[in-house]
Write a protein that binds this ligand. Sequence first.
Ligand code: SF4
Length: 429
Amino acid sequence: MNNIFYLYTLGCKLNFAESSAIARRFAVLGWKQTRIAQEAELFVVHSCAVTQTAEKKTRQQISKLMRLNPEAKMVVTGCMADVNIESLEKMAANSPFLIVPNAQKMQIPNLMAAKPDNRSELDSFVGAYSLEQRTRSFLKIQDGCDNFCTYCTVPYARGRSRSNNIENVLANIETIRQQGFCEINLTGVNIATFGQERGESFLQLLQKIDSHFSDIRIRLGSNEPDLLNDEIIALVANSKIMMPHFHIPLQSGTDSVLKRMNRHYDTALFRSKVEQIKTQMPYACVAADVITGFPGETDEEFEQTFQFIESLNISYLHVFPYSDRPLAKASKFENKVNPHEIRQRVNRLIELGLRKQEAFFRSNLGSIRSMLPEATTRDGLRFGFTDNYIKCALPKENAKENELLDVKLINLSDDKEFVLVQQLLAEKL
Ligand code: SF4
């Protein structure tokens, strides 16, 4: 045995952070990771089940890898291993592979070495962070969710909310910082529930991070609107290391739909959060998620959502077509919206999101922001993101990967997908 594995990850940032942690555990046990599928003796597919498309991509990837190298062993884990295990089992019946439940995925390296840890350890919180990119690291601080929104299967796939503790998170940040990273994204399923099970809070965590570190950029992952409190907003507004970037899931701009989704807020609360952020940080990036075509979403409800979003001062909109997930309550709801109608609603919202993005970019032209240049280069330009999450670019020779710069935002690119910037002064945070 050469102990060479190939790891393929689908889905969210949390999956990527966890995959990095799995890869590190393999490395400790003497395994070598390869990017060439044909030379691997073990495939690990970290699946996603957030939509039917994500599941389809997972199945396609499993088949592709098995075709490329039929001799290799295959292990499949991730959300699909919990929420749609039947479809994986069907595939495995033809060409056998191992399915590892989501809660046990960190034990895959030990399982492969035939030294599984004990069960209680499998169910506890497992921290993870990604170190693959050289600029940004995703640090998992929390997992699971207790909300049971009616369209979502995450609580079934990832279990109840649980999290790391403040001390460990601070230690993780220090480790990542020492590896030369300039930016850390705090990730989780419902990060603002951090610490609830042990009397700590997300706010306390942010306060500690803010007082301990001065030379790293911290970006918050998606934050449920009802848990995004005044103190968190004020802390970000006054912090030198917390980036002015909020990602707040809206899901619908109609109270009746939010209720059917079992969301824990209404549109008035959502609007007040956005206004509060923009009053304290007019330059801040506010990104929102929306799902359209939820069962029973009428034309009027959709129009209301459209107009609500149009009236909000948001920067980006991530649009998702509703798709039935077998374990989710909403899959049993009546009055499903037909797929053609869903596609039309999605297209209208995408177009609205692009208008919001352009307006956000334009409102920042002329301003000076801090940019973190990344590895990506194209047409003589190097790309990166500002503190307020504007994708920007400048001539390649004027910026080094992973060296923070102060830049002036000059112009929109021809395709309006990024902003051309001018370097002011090379400076570390
Ligand atoms: S808050 Fe709702 S949508 Fe988000 S993970 Fe929890 S159940 Fe799913």
